[in-house]
Design a protein around this ligand. Structure first.
Ligand code: IYR
Length: 223
Protein backbone atom coordinates (compact mmCIF):
# COMPACT_ATOMS: atom_id res chain seq x y z
CA UNK A 1 0.00 0.00 0.00
CA UNK A 2 1.11 3.49 -0.90
CA UNK A 3 0.60 5.45 2.36
CA UNK A 4 2.52 8.54 1.36
CA UNK A 5 3.22 9.98 -2.06
CA UNK A 6 5.79 12.68 -2.61
CA UNK A 7 4.93 15.60 -4.89
CA UNK A 8 6.99 16.96 -7.78
CA UNK A 9 6.76 19.96 -10.11
CA UNK A 10 4.71 19.80 -13.29
CA UNK A 11 5.01 21.40 -16.68
CA UNK A 12 2.52 20.75 -19.47
CA UNK A 13 4.20 19.14 -22.52
CA UNK A 14 2.75 21.92 -24.71
CA UNK A 15 3.16 25.66 -24.34
CA UNK A 16 1.00 27.35 -26.99
CA UNK A 17 -0.03 30.81 -28.06
CA UNK A 18 -3.78 31.44 -28.23
CA UNK A 19 -3.55 31.18 -32.03
CA UNK A 20 -1.72 27.87 -31.93
CA UNK A 21 -4.24 26.61 -29.40
CA UNK A 22 -7.16 27.55 -31.65
CA UNK A 23 -5.59 25.87 -34.63
CA UNK A 24 -4.96 22.69 -32.70
CA UNK A 25 -8.45 22.54 -31.23
CA UNK A 26 -10.02 23.07 -34.66
CA UNK A 27 -7.84 20.39 -36.19
CA UNK A 28 -8.51 18.01 -33.34
CA UNK A 29 -12.25 18.48 -33.56
CA UNK A 30 -12.07 17.90 -37.31
CA UNK A 31 -10.06 14.71 -36.80
CA UNK A 32 -12.51 13.44 -34.17
CA UNK A 33 -15.50 14.40 -36.28
CA UNK A 34 -14.18 11.92 -38.84
CA UNK A 35 -14.51 9.06 -36.38
CA UNK A 36 -17.39 6.73 -37.04
CA UNK A 37 -18.44 3.49 -35.45
CA UNK A 38 -17.58 0.82 -38.02
CA UNK A 39 -19.18 -2.61 -38.41
CA UNK A 40 -17.34 -3.79 -41.54
CA UNK A 41 -13.63 -4.56 -41.40
CA UNK A 42 -10.86 -6.05 -43.48
CA UNK A 43 -8.54 -8.63 -41.94
CA UNK A 44 -5.41 -6.53 -42.59
CA UNK A 45 -3.15 -7.09 -39.57
CA UNK A 46 -2.26 -4.29 -37.16
CA UNK A 47 1.12 -4.19 -35.41
CA UNK A 48 0.90 -5.31 -31.83
CA UNK A 49 3.10 -2.34 -30.81
CA UNK A 50 0.41 0.05 -32.07
CA UNK A 51 -2.22 -1.63 -29.90
CA UNK A 52 0.22 -1.62 -26.97
CA UNK A 53 0.81 2.14 -27.30
CA UNK A 54 -2.93 2.85 -27.56
CA UNK A 55 -3.57 0.82 -24.40
CA UNK A 56 -0.69 2.66 -22.70
CA UNK A 57 -2.41 5.92 -23.70
CA UNK A 58 -5.72 4.65 -22.27
CA UNK A 59 -3.86 3.77 -19.07
CA UNK A 60 -2.96 7.45 -18.59
CA UNK A 61 -6.65 8.22 -17.88
CA UNK A 62 -7.52 9.85 -14.56
CA UNK A 63 -9.12 7.47 -12.07
CA UNK A 64 -10.69 7.66 -8.63
CA UNK A 65 -7.88 7.78 -6.03
CA UNK A 66 -5.54 6.77 -8.87
CA UNK A 67 -6.71 3.18 -8.52
CA UNK A 68 -6.55 2.57 -12.29
CA UNK A 69 -9.41 0.06 -11.99
CA UNK A 70 -9.20 -1.27 -15.54
CA UNK A 71 -7.79 -4.23 -17.38
CA UNK A 72 -7.56 -4.56 -21.16
CA UNK A 73 -7.33 -7.90 -22.93
CA UNK A 74 -6.09 -7.54 -26.53
CA UNK A 75 -7.11 -10.55 -28.59
CA UNK A 76 -5.63 -11.43 -31.98
CA UNK A 77 -5.68 -15.23 -31.63
CA UNK A 78 -8.16 -16.48 -34.29
CA UNK A 79 -9.32 -19.38 -32.10
CA UNK A 80 -10.20 -17.08 -29.18
CA UNK A 81 -11.89 -14.62 -31.53
CA UNK A 82 -13.99 -17.52 -32.85
CA UNK A 83 -15.01 -18.53 -29.33
CA UNK A 84 -15.97 -14.93 -28.56
CA UNK A 85 -17.99 -14.64 -31.76
CA UNK A 86 -19.89 -17.86 -31.06
CA UNK A 87 -20.73 -16.84 -27.49
CA UNK A 88 -21.62 -13.26 -28.46
CA UNK A 89 -23.88 -14.38 -31.29
CA UNK A 90 -25.67 -16.77 -28.97
CA UNK A 91 -26.38 -13.95 -26.47
CA UNK A 92 -27.32 -11.55 -29.26
CA UNK A 93 -29.74 -14.09 -30.71
CA UNK A 94 -31.78 -14.09 -27.51
CA UNK A 95 -31.43 -10.29 -27.30
CA UNK A 96 -32.85 -9.75 -30.78
CA UNK A 97 -35.51 -12.45 -30.32
CA UNK A 98 -37.17 -11.30 -27.14
CA UNK A 99 -34.85 -10.07 -24.39
CA UNK A 100 -34.45 -6.55 -25.79
CA UNK A 101 -38.15 -5.76 -25.89
CA UNK A 102 -40.01 -3.88 -28.61
CA UNK A 103 -39.01 -0.31 -27.70
CA UNK A 104 -35.29 -1.12 -27.72
CA UNK A 105 -35.51 -3.05 -30.99
CA UNK A 106 -37.44 -0.14 -32.48
CA UNK A 107 -34.63 2.28 -31.47
CA UNK A 108 -32.03 -0.01 -33.06
CA UNK A 109 -33.91 -0.77 -36.29
CA UNK A 110 -32.58 2.26 -38.25
CA UNK A 111 -29.02 1.07 -37.54
CA UNK A 112 -29.66 -2.33 -39.14
CA UNK A 113 -27.80 -4.25 -36.44
CA UNK A 114 -28.58 -7.90 -35.90
CA UNK A 115 -27.28 -10.97 -34.10
CA UNK A 116 -24.65 -11.77 -36.73
CA UNK A 117 -21.24 -10.47 -35.71
CA UNK A 118 -18.75 -11.42 -38.47
CA UNK A 119 -16.50 -8.50 -37.47
CA UNK A 120 -15.60 -10.43 -34.30
CA UNK A 121 -13.55 -12.88 -36.37
CA UNK A 122 -12.56 -10.60 -39.28
CA UNK A 123 -11.09 -7.59 -37.41
CA UNK A 124 -7.44 -8.17 -36.44
CA UNK A 125 -7.91 -7.14 -32.79
CA UNK A 126 -10.63 -7.26 -30.18
CA UNK A 127 -9.96 -5.41 -26.95
CA UNK A 128 -12.07 -6.49 -23.99
CA UNK A 129 -12.28 -3.78 -21.34
CA UNK A 130 -12.73 -5.01 -17.77
CA UNK A 131 -13.60 -2.94 -14.70
CA UNK A 132 -12.59 -3.84 -11.16
CA UNK A 133 -14.84 -2.68 -8.33
CA UNK A 134 -12.10 -3.81 -5.97
CA UNK A 135 -8.56 -5.12 -6.18
CA UNK A 136 -7.57 -8.43 -4.67
CA UNK A 137 -4.26 -8.58 -2.81
CA UNK A 138 -2.12 -11.72 -2.99
CA UNK A 139 -3.37 -12.41 0.57
CA UNK A 140 -6.96 -12.35 -0.74
CA UNK A 141 -7.64 -8.98 0.92
CA UNK A 142 -10.02 -6.68 -0.92
CA UNK A 143 -9.23 -3.01 -1.44
CA UNK A 144 -11.97 -0.79 -2.79
CA UNK A 145 -11.77 1.17 -6.01
CA UNK A 146 -13.69 4.41 -6.54
CA UNK A 147 -15.67 5.96 -9.39
CA UNK A 148 -15.07 2.78 -11.35
CA UNK A 149 -17.61 3.26 -14.21
CA UNK A 150 -16.43 6.85 -14.69
CA UNK A 151 -12.73 5.93 -14.64
CA UNK A 152 -13.10 2.97 -17.01
CA UNK A 153 -15.38 5.02 -19.29
CA UNK A 154 -12.80 7.79 -19.54
CA UNK A 155 -10.00 5.28 -20.24
CA UNK A 156 -12.10 3.63 -22.94
CA UNK A 157 -12.80 7.00 -24.56
CA UNK A 158 -9.09 7.71 -24.59
CA UNK A 159 -8.44 4.27 -26.11
CA UNK A 160 -10.96 4.93 -28.90
CA UNK A 161 -9.36 8.33 -29.51
CA UNK A 162 -5.84 6.86 -29.58
CA UNK A 163 -6.90 4.16 -32.06
CA UNK A 164 -8.70 6.68 -34.27
CA UNK A 165 -5.72 9.00 -34.48
CA UNK A 166 -3.63 5.95 -35.48
CA UNK A 167 -5.86 5.51 -38.54
CA UNK A 168 -7.79 2.59 -37.07
CA UNK A 169 -11.52 2.15 -36.74
CA UNK A 170 -13.45 0.78 -33.81
CA UNK A 171 -16.81 -0.59 -32.87
CA UNK A 172 -17.91 -0.16 -29.28
CA UNK A 173 -19.56 -3.54 -29.03
CA UNK A 174 -21.67 -4.43 -26.02
CA UNK A 175 -22.75 -8.06 -26.25
CA UNK A 176 -25.12 -8.46 -23.38
CA UNK A 177 -24.70 -10.08 -20.95
CA UNK A 178 -20.89 -10.15 -21.22
CA UNK A 179 -20.09 -12.65 -18.51
CA UNK A 180 -18.86 -15.16 -21.12
CA UNK A 181 -15.79 -12.97 -21.64
CA UNK A 182 -14.48 -13.81 -18.15
CA UNK A 183 -14.70 -17.48 -19.01
CA UNK A 184 -13.25 -17.32 -22.53
CA UNK A 185 -10.45 -14.94 -21.48
CA UNK A 186 -9.74 -16.50 -18.08
CA UNK A 187 -10.31 -13.28 -16.13
CA UNK A 188 -11.10 -13.41 -12.40
CA UNK A 189 -14.67 -12.98 -11.14
CA UNK A 190 -13.99 -9.58 -9.51
CA UNK A 191 -13.41 -8.16 -12.99
CA UNK A 192 -16.51 -7.21 -14.98
CA UNK A 193 -16.39 -6.93 -18.77
CA UNK A 194 -17.89 -3.59 -19.80
CA UNK A 195 -17.03 -3.17 -23.48
CA UNK A 196 -15.68 -5.30 -26.29
CA UNK A 197 -13.86 -2.97 -28.66
CA UNK A 198 -13.49 -4.20 -32.24
CA UNK A 199 -10.34 -2.73 -33.81
CA UNK A 200 -9.00 -2.70 -37.35
CA UNK A 201 -9.09 -1.06 -40.75
CA UNK A 202 -12.54 -0.23 -42.07
CA UNK A 203 -13.53 -2.18 -45.19
CA UNK A 204 -13.19 0.06 -48.27
CA UNK A 205 -16.91 -0.44 -48.94
CA UNK A 206 -17.94 0.04 -45.30
CA UNK A 207 -21.19 1.98 -44.92
CA UNK A 208 -22.19 4.11 -41.97
CA UNK A 209 -25.59 5.52 -41.04
CA UNK A 210 -26.08 9.04 -42.42
CA UNK A 211 -26.67 10.69 -39.07
CA UNK A 212 -25.76 14.06 -37.59
CA UNK A 213 -24.11 15.05 -34.35
CA UNK A 214 -25.88 17.46 -32.04
CA UNK A 215 -24.82 21.09 -32.39
CA UNK A 216 -22.74 22.76 -29.71
CA UNK A 217 -25.75 24.70 -28.40
CA UNK A 218 -27.58 21.42 -27.86
CA UNK A 219 -24.78 19.79 -25.89
CA UNK A 220 -23.27 22.75 -24.02
CA UNK A 221 -24.30 25.79 -22.02
CA UNK A 222 -21.94 28.69 -21.43
CA UNK A 223 -22.92 31.03 -18.60
N1 IYR B 1 -25.63 -5.34 -28.13
C1 IYR B 1 -26.44 -5.47 -29.31
C2 IYR B 1 -27.49 -4.44 -29.43
C3 IYR B 1 -27.11 -3.03 -29.58
C4 IYR B 1 -27.53 -2.13 -28.63
C5 IYR B 1 -27.29 -0.79 -28.78
I1 IYR B 1 -28.03 0.53 -27.43
C6 IYR B 1 -26.57 -0.32 -29.90
O1 IYR B 1 -26.31 1.04 -30.05
C7 IYR B 1 -26.16 -1.21 -30.86
C8 IYR B 1 -26.41 -2.59 -30.68
C9 IYR B 1 -25.54 -5.55 -30.57
O2 IYR B 1 -24.34 -5.35 -30.43
O3 IYR B 1 -26.04 -5.83 -31.65
Amino acid sequence: MMDTISFKSFSHPLSLTPEEMRERTQNFHSLMDGRRTIREYVDTPVDREVIEDCIRAAGTAPSGAHKQPWHFVAISDPEIKKQIREAAEEEEHSFYHGRAGEEWLEALRPFRTNENKPFLTIAPYLIAVFARNFDLGSDGKRSKNYYVPESVGIATGMLITALHQAGLSTLTHTPSPMGFLNKVLGRPSHERAVILLVVGHAAPDAQVPDIERKDLQDIATFI
